[in-house]
Design a protein around this ligand. Structure first.
Ligand SMILES: C[S@@+](CC[C@H](N)C(=O)[O-])C[C@H]1O[C@@H](n2cnc3c(N)ncnc32)[C@H](O)[C@@H]1O
Length: 299
């Protein structure tokens, strides 16, 4: 695959700030294998879970509206929502592949992250344990989870083909939250020592009076953001900026998104004046990110 590198110096915001970011059209694992040890200060990412949903065949099914791993949701409150990847169709082989994928990711991240670096990973209540286990086994500390409070339209349905027979039954709860697992590479000494040496170990407070909290109300990405970046898993700037901001306790260092899609994490970092690096394997999404990042950052 052709590898492209987009190095951007951008000027945004009321105070003119220079923000540098690097984005690459590449396989995240290839890139991570070549990256120096102890050179990244935080990871904020939304990885593929079905591992199949971004295959060409599944993307084609999504485009044609005939499902596959993608569920075409019904209209809700007069609003039609974008298709969502379905995790209920995964089988035991898929789960083994998930464990292998996150184990490989955790091992690479353990090498490239500095001590005390935090990793925020978007997940789903049905599959989050396939992230936790390999990360903890690879030596990361689990530091809780951020709950993005959002109605995704996952679950809440009556039994298939028996709606009238069982009108009072819901097969599984309608999901109203999205967990973002939080891990930390072990610190060297105390948090204060680690902050002095590596600029990491804690999370940036919202303000002097307010710590960073683990419950964040949010809504799905809509309107202008979707027009700028029509990626099927676009995360809204309002939410992603809050976690990207928290990821660098002193606002210094580099944030990495190894599965950047249309670049919402990189745009958030740019908006905040943080340095960042984004990786994306799919050329169409990479090209989307090239144009979307400065526009999303300017919102
Ligand atoms: C869930 S989406 C991320 C979307 C992103 N949150 C956004 O707001 O646009 C995951 C992305 O990872 C990409 N991807 C899958 N495998 C990859 C790999 N090995 N290396 C880099 N990117 C990969 C997919 O093409 C997809 O765009």
């Amino acid at each position: 695959m052709a590898r492209k590198n987009q190095l951007q110096i951008a000027t945004i915001g009321p105070q003119i700030e220079e923000t540098k970011y690097d984005i690459f059209n590449c396989d995240a694992f290839d890139w991570l294998s070549k990256r120096e040890t102890n050179s990244v200060h935080a990871v904020v990412t939304d990885p593929p879970y079905g591992l199949r949903e971004y295959d060409e065949g599944q993307l084609e099914k999504r485009k044609n509206g005939n499902g596959g791993v993608w569920r075409i949701p019904p209209t809700f409150d007069g609003q039609s929502r974008s298709p969502l990847p379905r995790f209920t169709v995964l089988n035991s082989g898929d789960f083994q592949r998930l464990l292998f994928f996150f184990s490989k990711l955790a091992k690479h991240l353990m090498k490239v992250l500095v001590p005390g670096a935090h990793v925020f990973i978007a997940t789903n209540p049905l599959v989050s344990h396939y992230v936790d286990q390999p990360f903890v086994e690879s030596g990361f500390e689990k530091r809780g989870a951020i709950i993005r409070k959002v109605i995704t339209l996952r679950g809440g349905d009556r039994p298939k083909n028996a709606h009238e027979e069982y009108p009072d039954v819901t097969v599984m709860p309608r999901s109203c939250w999205e967990p973002w697992e939080l891990f930390r590479k072990p610190i060297e000494g105390t948090v204060a020592c680690n902050l002095r040496k590596w600029k990491t170990g804690g999370l940036r407070r919202v303000s002097g009076k307010e710590p960073f909290k683990d419950l964040i109300p949010s809504s799905p990405a809509r309107g202008a953001e979707r027009e700028i970046a029509p990626h099927p898993s676009l995360k809204p700037q309002d939410f992603i900026r809050k976690i990207v901001r928290a990821s660098l306790p002193l606002g210094e260092g580099t944030v990495l998104d190894p599965f950047m899609g249309s670049g919402s994490t990189i745009a958030a970092a740019m908006h905040l004046g943080y340095q960042s690096i984004g990786l994306e394997i799919n050329e169409e999404y990479y090209n989307m990110a090239v144009t979307a990042i400065p526009k999303l950052a300017a919102l």
